[in-house]
Design a binder for this molecule. Structure first.
Ligand code: 3HC
Length: 283
C-alpha cells in the first residue's frame, strides 16, 4: 500500500510532533483532537518549531509554508476516512483508547493501518475492539519527536508481518530509526528509563540530594543529556505516573511501585514544563 495521508489523533505534545515530522517527510496530515482549542494549540506549536528552523537558517520560509500547508486540523473523527495510516497519540487511558479504536475501525477505510503511540499499554487489547486486529501495531515515538531518532515498532499478538513491516518502513520515511519490539509492558526503552526516573524521585524524596545535584550527577556521571528530574518535567509527570503505574499493575511486582512524591506533585497539578511547574519551576 502506498501511504499518502497520515491521520494523527491527539494534538498534544506527541501528536503535534508526529504531525510535524510526517508533514516534513512529505505526507498529507490530518490532525484531530476533541476541541478546536486543542487543535489550534497543536498547530501553533508546529508553527513555532518550524519558525525556529527558519530563524536558524535550517529551512526556507517557502519550505516551512509547504510543510504547514500539508497539515489539516480537525475535530471531526470522520475526516480520518482519507487516511492510509492513523497514528493515535491520545491520553494513556485504556478504556478511552478502546472507545477510540472501535470508532476508528468504523470510520477508517478497511485497508488502513491503525498505529498507537502508547508509552506501554497493550496493543493487543486496543486491537481487540476492532475488526482488523492484524492491522493494529505500535509506533512509539520519543519526546521531543522532531529531535529524537527512535521509534519502537511493537508487534501485538494479532499484528501481521505486512503491517509490522509497513510501520518499520514508515518510521524510516519519517527520518527515524525503528527497533523491533514484541509486546510487553512498557516495551523496551520505558521499561528501563521510567524506573530510573522513578528512582531519582525517591532519591529526592528521601532527602539524599537536591534536584539540581541529582540531575547534575546523572549528567556528569552517566553522560545523560539532561538529568532524570528535568526529563520527568519534559515528559510530563502525569504521563510518567500513568506509565509507571501500568508497569506495576501489569507485573504485580512491588519493585515497580510509583514514587509517592510524583503522585503528590501530579495531584497538585504540578505536571512539569507544560503546567509551569514540576520538580522545577518554569514560571
Ligand atoms: N521540539 C522541537 N525541537 C526541540 C525541542 C522541542 N520540544 N526541544 C529542543 N529542540 C531542538 C532545539 O531546537 C535544538 O535544535 P538545533 O540543534 O537544530 O539547534 C536541539 O533540539 C537541542 O536543543 P537545545 O540546545 O535547546 O537543548 P539541549 O541540547 O538540552 O537538547 C533535548 C534538548 C534534545 C530535549 C535534550 O535535552 C535531550 O535529548 N534530552 C533527553 C530527551 C529524552 O530522553 N527523551 C525521551 C523521553 S521518554 C519518552 O519520550 C517516552 C514516553 O513514552 C514517556
Amino acid at each position: 500500500m502506498e501511504i499518502k495521508t497520515i491521520g494523527v489523533v491527539g494534538a498534544g505534545t506527541m501528536g503535534n510532533g508526529i504531525a510535524q515530522v510526517a508533514a516534513e517527510a512529505g505526507f498529507n496530515v490530518i490532525m484531530r483532537d476533541l476541541e478546536e482549542r486543542f487543535v489550534q494549540r497543536g498547530l501553533d506549536t508546529i508553527k513555532k518549531n518550524l519558525g525556529r528552523a527558519v530563524e536558524k537558517g535550517k529551512k526556507s520560509q517557502a519550505e516551512t509554508d509547504a510543510v504547514l500547508s500539508r497539515i489539516r486540523g480537525t475535530v471531526e473523527l470522520s475526516d480520518l476516512k482519507e487516511a492510509d495510516v492513523v497514528i493515535e497519540a491520545i491520553v494513556e487511558n485504556m478504556p478511552l483508547k478502546k472507545e477510540l479504536y472501535a470508532q476508528l475501525d468504523s470510520v477508517c477505510k478497511s485497508e488502513a493501518v491503525l498505529a498507537s503511540n502508547t508509552s506501554g499499554l497493550s496493543i493487543t487489547e486496543m486491537a481487540s475492539v476492532t475488526k482488523r486486529p492484524e492491522k493494529v501495531v505500535g509506533m512509539h515515538f520519543f519526546n521531543p519527536v522532531p529531535v529524537m531518532k527512535l521509534v519502537e515498532v511493537i508487534k501485538g499478538t494479532a499484528t501481521d508481518s505486512q503491517t509490522f513491516e509497513l510501520a518499520m518502513e514508515l518510521a524510516r520515511k519519517l527520518g527515524k530509526e525503528p527497533i523491533s519490539v514484541n509486546e510487553a509492558p512498557l516495551f523496551v526503552v520505558n521499561r528501563i528509563l521510567v524506573p530510573m526516573i522513578n528512582e531519582a524521585a525517591f532519591v529526592l524524596m528521601e532527602g539524599i540530594a537536591s534536584a539540581e545535584d541529582i540531575d547534575r550527577g546523572m549528567m556528569l556521571g552517566a553522560n545523560h543529556p539532561i538529568g532524570p528530574l528535568a526529563l520527568a518535567d519534559l515528559v510530563g509527570l502525569d504521563v510518567l505516573l500513568a506509565v509507571m503505574d501500568t508497569l506495576y499493575h501489569e507485573t504485580q511486582d512491588s519493585k515497580y511501585r510509583s514514587c509517592p512524591l510524583i503522585r503528590k506533585l501530579v495531584r497538585a497539578g504540578h505536571l512539569g514544563r507544560k503546567s509551569g511547574r514540576g520538580f522545577y519551576n518554569y514560571q
